[in-house]
Design a protein around this ligand. Sequence first.
Ligand code: BG6
Length: 511
Amino acid sequence: MAQKKNELPVAVTIFGAKGDLTRRKLIPALYNLYIENHLPPLFSIFCIDFLETESAAFKTDLLEGINEFSRSGQADPVKWKAFSSKIIYMKGDFQETTTFQNLKEKLVDFDKQNSQRSIRIFYLATAPRFIEVIADGLYQYTACNKDKQDRIVIEKPFGTDLDSAKKLNLFLLKRFTEKQLYRIDHYLGKETVQNILAFRFANNVFEPLWNNKYIDHVQISLAEQVGVGKRGGYYDSSGALRDMIQNHLLQLLCIVAMDCPGAYKAELIRDAKTKVLKYIRPFTSRDVFKNVIRAQYTEGTVNNQPVPGYRKEAQVLPDSSTETFVTAKLFIDNKRWRGVPFFIATGKALPRQVSVIVIQFKNSPNKIFKDDTVPNRLVISIQPELEISLLFENKVPGLEMKLQPVDMDFMYKDAYTGSLPEAYEALLLDVLEGDPTLFMRADQVEAAWKVVMPILDAWKKNPSKKLLFYPAGTWGPEAALKLIRPHAKKWFQLPRIERLVRMESAAVQEK
Ligand code: BG6
């Protein structure tokens, strides 16, 4: 997270300005940065898309986006007026050179008005097929030519496999320096994810235990309630492995498993994370079908709403074998983690949204109490609850020596007031300040692709081998549970969710 405060003027250009990401995330994030005084006094937001749009109608749409999605709620009319006066819509086809010529002129004018060369941020909120053509346009028209001041933000997916990611890196690095490239993984901007480093490396209680001597296994689950919705076209050629595992899940795994970097410095942190990826034991094609479970949702009910089967979703092939659920067992073959399984899981159309990391410690070796059967468990809950809790054995009050596991909880909402910044706010501010700590370096992206390539290859060769199905609104196939069973009776997020549901219904009854 950026520390300094930039005072230079900033010109933000958004390619794909009429897309969902701009409306839901980018403009609400920029607006919140503005109202909380994180933007410099002089800034402009150039919004480019290929559709003809009246500026007023475009801004009204953005305002509605803020009102619907911003954590700060309805926009303040005075602040919105001032903020929106900085937004300039430009119709532009990304394939046409005039688009870049016009943009360059606008950027130069902006600098002239301010008598200073601004920081230029180019946000590629577009479909991946436009990345190269936009990057080339910016390069040819020298719009992004100052190594220290000009930055390009690239959304995921970064490539569709290792080869395409390498090619894309080569293409970009021929035109720009690594320092100018901000490959985004929005999970890294989440408050609770950023906190894991602080939790691990600023508290001496846990770090000495953070290894194979004390830890039995780790579970990382990103469960989603949403199905593919309107994104079937993209998702059907992607699937959960590319969409969630190659990036978000592996990044979380890196943060949990990395060694302490020598200092809180971008490159040292990124080096430590990349090392984890390099130590992940490569899957053989046999392992893939044993240790990676893939499944697809069928018709069902989520949150009391009917959900069509995945194959019936818009823009999805009727015989698609794309996975909407993946569970995998990984090993990190280094000194710290040898022998400790990491179970990762993600799925769509599950009963609840829940992102949780569970560190399951080994049993206490003492065994002086007959009912000391539940080992310690640390749970880092990323969303929707923001919470860290430690399960430990406790004596039940009374005359008997009887033990019972209890939770010690830290809840963000009890300790802090106000809403937490959205991931995109943290990340955009970092781009503005030139801090790449939370972004993916070229080698990190490639190392992550290397981990998933054997899985992609094995599935490609055997498109429907062991493809399982689960009704929407259930926790995935039984096989996911079987994978974890030698180590744990269950995925530990489940009892927590049951507790959450109980708490919610109790709160409703109280009302
Ligand atoms: C995106 C994926 O990167 O992350 C989506 O493309 C997924 O499919 C989303 O729904 C999940 O993000 P979050 O922040 O809602 O957990």
